[in-house]
Design a protein around this ligand. Structure first.
Ligand code: LLP
Length: 417
């Protein structure tokens, strides 16, 4: 559930009309709802309240520091995959001792910074990375907390580009090699083995793949115990899906009920790295119709939002719900439109075959755009990235100004004359 609802004919973010936001801040603009972020985080925190559990919001989903700060204030930890994400968390007031560092190719300087600020755990993805981390920690006279990210070879039944737990994917350590590589980790003197980690994919709409993964990893934890390697936490990654169209994804509570039943009696804490299920429905992309172009065979609504603002439809063929901000009828009447942006690519569309009543100047909201929206935006065609707004009740906060050409050109220079 989110807090983007119609009041009268006008779509609102919490108590603020999106038409007013567009008038004041222009378009395209990402608009987030603070109450929705808080509600989604709380759904996880409440679901796992009876068991020691660290909820680490996956920063890559939506990384504006105002959002990280809202979550940090609620006690959230963070899953990061780069030093850039770590610096965002720190500047947002996040607690480094609740940070998990994931990613297949952490560089030495990134490891150093993470050790310096004292993160919770490194999710190590290969034997080579173990040796690198051991060396860096040794040079600093520190011991690095580690989990190994295990690839359990479970089919997440999601889009192939966002499936990560099959043996054909680049992620993690093959479960068949896990005991041996844990032995290596345990023998390295600057590492402290703490956990087992995995992340099998994103936008999962069933719980069974998570349960299969859990069972496999519990089996591994028991095997490790026989070798005197004690695992303190199990990190099951992110991946819970959201409703974009007609999916009925499970709620965190459904997930928790099944896992907590299975984990009973074990001295093992849990960790999760949810991104999409916290951020997606907490944001919309607000965009305006520039022109209608009605050809004999096809109607196009040319909008000011484009694939550089929101790449999910072009990259994954993702279907995003696109709704009118104002439901009042126009003189044009309803037609079936393709919603296309100004970029010079045929794949520059946000939606196809949508029945809408539009005229030039109409506002549209692309729903569920809070996750992997702004964070995947680019400057393609030298377009400045969109502004970001956070609505909190009846207050509107500009949390990232629209990028100007001066922002874009920082660091570029001409050759000498
Ligand atoms: N942990 C790790 C190690 C991850 O790689 C990811 C996402 C997450 C947690 C968060 O997963 P979530 O709860 O959001 O499913 N750009 C794609 C999604 C890529 C997901 C990458 N990893 C999209 O727009 O669908």
């Amino acid at each position: 559930m989110d807090f983007f609802n119609y009041s009268g004919h006008q779509l609102h973010a919490e108590n603020v009309s999106l038409t007013d936001i567009a008038a004041e801040h222009g378009t395209p603009t990402y608009v987030y709802s603070r109450a929705t972020f808080e509600r989604h985080y709380k759904a996880y925190a409440d679901a796992f309240a009876t068991h020691p559990t660290l909820i680490c919001y996956a920063v890559k989903a939506c990384s504006n520091i105002a959002i990280l700060n809202v979550l940090a204030r609620m006690g959230s930890g963070f899953d990061i995959v780069s030093i850039g994400e770590l610096e965002r968390v720190l500047r947002a007031g996040g607690d480094p001792s609740k940070v998990m560092f994931s990613g297949v190719a952490k560089q030495e300087h990134e490891m150093r910074r993470a050790l310096e600020v004292g993160i919770h755990c490194f999710n190590v993805e290969s034997e080579a990375e173990l040796h690198r981390l051991n060396k860096v920690a040794g040079e600093m006279g520190l011991v690095a907390p580690v989990s190994l990210r295990i690839n359990p070879d479970v089919d997440a039944k999601t889009h192939p580009y966002i499936s990560t737990g099959l043996k054909d994917n680049k992620f993690g350590i093959d479960i068949k090699d896990a005991v041996r590589i844990y032995g290596v980790a345990d023998s390295l003197e600057n590492l402290n083995v703490m956990g087992v980690d995995c992340h099998i994919g994103s936008q999962l709409t069933e719980l069974q793949p998570f349960l299969d993964t859990f069972d496999r990893l519990i089996g591994l934890i028991d095997q490790l115990a026989e070798q005197d390697i004690t695992i303190k936490h199990l990190d099951l990654g992110g991946g819970l899906g959201v409703r974009y169209r007609d999916e009925v994804p499970p709620e965190p509570k459904d997930y928790a009920d099944l896992l907590l039943e299975r984990i009973k009696g074990r001295d093992l804490s849990l960790a999760f790295e949810p991104g999409r299920s916290i951020a997606a429905n907490a944001g919309i992309l607000l965009t305006k119709v520039e022109f209608l172009k009605c050809n004999p065979h096809k109607n196009f609504a040319i909008i000011d939002g484009a694939m550089n603002d929101l790449i999910r439809p072009s990259l994954y063929g993702a279907w995003m719900d696109i709704v009118q901000v104002n439901l009042e009828a126009t003189s044009e009447g309803s037609r079936i439109y393709d919603l296309v942006g100004p970029i010079c690519e045929t794949s520059d569309f946000l939606g196809k075959d949508r029945e809408l009543d539009l005229q030039a100047g109409s506002l549209l909201a692309v729903r569920s755009a809070g996750a992997y929206g702004f964070t995947m935006a680019s400057n393609y065609n030298s377009r400045g990235r969109a502004a970001e707004i956070m609505v909190d009740g009846d207050k509107v906060h500009l949390i990232r100004e629209r990028e100007t050409i001066d922002h874009q050109l920082v660091g570029e220079q001409l050759l000498p004359a």
